[in-house]
Unconditional design. Sequence first.
Length: 103
Amino acid sequence: MSGHSPEEVQLEKKRYLTVFYILLVGTVVTVAAYFVELPWQALTVLVALIIASVKGFFVAGYFMHLMDEKKLIYVVMGFTFFFFLGLLLLTIWAWADTPISSW
């Protein structure tokens, strides 16, 4: 935000409130996903992690002002997301290979 005119302040306030409400809805959806019976427990964890990732995007993008950054930050965020997704999938893959009796 370059200036502090009343219109810009109202616009920023509206944006932050919108993101806040999105995060509230995301929290409710995460709790609701816990109570939904999915065929595999790993699928339940995957759904919860996807919801958490979307919420994390909104926190990083708007509250940490990454949406207004230059192109380099998107490259760094892309690599970070790629490696995070790889680690997430490796964890779920390794967890799915363990016998059910060890849960």
